[in-house]
Design a protein around this ligand. Structure first.
Ligand code: BGC
Length: 346
């Protein structure tokens, strides 16, 4: 693997932002910027050897600064929603920034996707580090987060998430890349398998109700392969609430083990992506809120379903659901999760 870097731009606060490029011997290239830890491009061959960029985003830093939909970014401190931005920990109540109606989404007004990370080039990839101060966006504790990105000869983009705290807190980190394996059009004909027998239904505000519902006999069942768009218009309350898929799936397998979460295949170009993770859940989001108003790379407007996200994570709003796996991090503990996005062709 080879790593190079160039200047990407300067933020309004005067911070220099760099764009790193990781390449392997298969000709795959992954571009990552230390602004928001954003994966700005993944260029990978199709069945015929043609290279395309399979993630949405922008060509310039300004694009990412001005029009964030979390394209490619690290999300934290808490990925997805916390109801009313409120939770209690050891009897203390905390109030977080609310930025999604009455709720807290993806870390708040200035989450991990909108900060400049300290970057270090490693022999096998890139390391980003960020110190989130006690009280940031309302969260307790000084949290030091580290993200390690590497690209293997087997075309695996590996992301390792690490964090420590000096005061008991909550944490839930993921990546928000929007994938489109064809590099254009929508993802409705992409063929998807999810290794999930259940999901966490939501209310109209997309907050989990607490129920863990079987996917059986619902449009949420991707245990055998189905096109993403095949049932998206079905008359199913959960799809209507979200305008498509925007749900946390409960993954099969042990909470801490690296297990396969998803396989997605684009039949025309032959690209396949497999997702592996140590996380207990994964948000599958079919890009429902993209409405053409954001113009992305090469002047392309991102319309509804232009891309879809696979966000391995703990369940949304876990701090308010003691029945869900815990997202509490204590001083002296090491938060550690790994996600792998593996590319191949069929
Ligand atoms: C959420 C969506 C949200 C989107 C923001 C996804 O992770 O589940 O509800 O609109 O992020 O781009």
């Amino acid at each position: 693997m080879k790593i190079t870097s160039e200047q990407f731009g300067i933020t309004s606060a005067g911070d220099e932002v760099r764009l790193f490029s990781l390449t392997n011997n298969q000709g795959t290239e992954v571009k990552i910027t230390n602004y928001g830890g954003i994966i700005a491009a993944i260029k990978v061959a199709d069945r015929e050897g043609k290279i395309d960029d399979v993630v949405l985003g922008h060509d310039t830093l300004e694009g990412f600064l001005n029009r964030s939909r979390y394209f490619g970014a690290v999300v934290g401190r808490y990925a997805n929603r916390i109801a009313h931005g409120r939770f209690t920990l050891n009897g203390d109540s905390y109030s977080l920034a609310t930025n999604n109606g009455a709720n807290h989404l993806h870390g708040g007004l200035k989450g991990f996707d909108k900060v400049v990370w300290e970057a270090r080039e490693l022999s096998n990839g890139l390391q980003l580090e960020y110190l989130s101060k006690d009280g940031e966006e309302g969260y307790p504790g000084n949290v030091r987060a580290t993200i390690n990105y590497s690209l293997t000869p087997a075309n695996e983009l590996r992301i390792e998430y690490l964090a420590t705290t000096d005061k008991e807190t909550i944490i839930n980190l993921t990546n928000h890349s929007y994938f489109n394996l064809a590099g254009e059009g929508t993802i409705l004909r992409h063929e998807l398998t999810l290794n999930a027998d259940a999901f966490t239904p939501v209310d109209k505000g997309l907050i989990p109700t607490g129920e863990i519902r079987s996917v059986a006999n619902t449009p949420m069942d991707f245990t055998s392969v189905a096109a993403v768009g095949a049932r998206i218009g079905d008359d199913y309350e959960q799809l209507k609430f979200a305008g498509g898929y925007d749900h946390n799936f409960v993954l099969r397998g042990g909470a801490e083990e690296l297990k396969q979460a998803a396989t997605i295949y684009e039949p025309r170009c032959g690209r396949v992506m497999e997702v592996f993770t140590t996380q207990p859940g994964m948000q599958f989001y079919s890009g429902n809120f993209l409405d053409g108003s954001i113009v992305g790379k090469q002047g392309v407007p991102y319309v509804r379903h232009s891309g879809c996200c696979f966000e391995p994570q703990h369940f949304p709003d876990s701090p308010n659901h003691p029945e869900f796996p815990s997202t509490v991090l204590k001083p002296g503990e090491q938060y550690q999760h790994t996600t792998v996005y593996k590319f191949s062709v069929r």
